[in-house]
Design a protein around this ligand. Sequence first.
Ligand code: SAH
Length: 236
Amino acid sequence: MKNKFVFIVLVAMCSQSCSSNQNNYTQLRKRMVEEQIIPRGITNKDVINTLLTVPRHEFIPEKNRKYSYEDHPVNIGYDQTISQPYIVALMTELLEPLTFHKILEIGTGSGYQAAILAELVKEVYSIEIIPELAEFAKKNIERLKYKNVFIKSGDGYFGWPQNAPFDGIIVTCAPDKIPKPLLNQLKINGKMVIPVGDYPHQTLYLITKTSKGIEKKEIIPVLFVPMKGEVEKIKE
Ligand code: SAH
């Protein structure tokens, strides 16, 4: 009888602390948006709401979870990072996502950027070169019950031709030149957001593919992990 009582008290304590943790994370997300996102000029309401909603901490391994809502990238293992919240917001806003869009992401990492896009568009296809990270991202995406994110492990340089063309492409690792296959898989009037340049001198570009050619707009200097695989061979 006494044991049963102790058990019930423990369950009640846990559910109380779990829900207070959730409240805490909701508060941290609100602060992140108020301090890091809005003051830096992000105005797209859908993007802002998505950053308020998606539980970023669920995409970060336990030991670094305490840094989830801080103003910097966070280590997710295998020498890779989840991008800084502002960079995720900026890249998403530049893509001008619409509810009927099909988006390709290169560099799934934790799956966080894919989840942000999943809230805004119809389908997200994402490619990750490190198999263990692709698995990590798949687990995160499944746990949070996103049904419109498709992840595969492979070299994103080649894109995902079976599902092309895409309304938008977002690249979260930096090649030193824009991969041709990605340009080919972009629809006319589609946008690509991509960091380009040799580490650590990279620039974030907004590319628009028009019927007359490619328009390239420089956005800001950035620091991303270099793109691996085929691009490294082309460089040699
Ligand atoms: N978008 C991620 C952050 C990604 S960090 C997030 O929201 O967490 C960049 C990722 O790009 C790393 O996981 C790295 O392994 C991956 N990457 C590097 N080169 C790649 C390539 N050629 N194809 C696919 N992924 C690549």
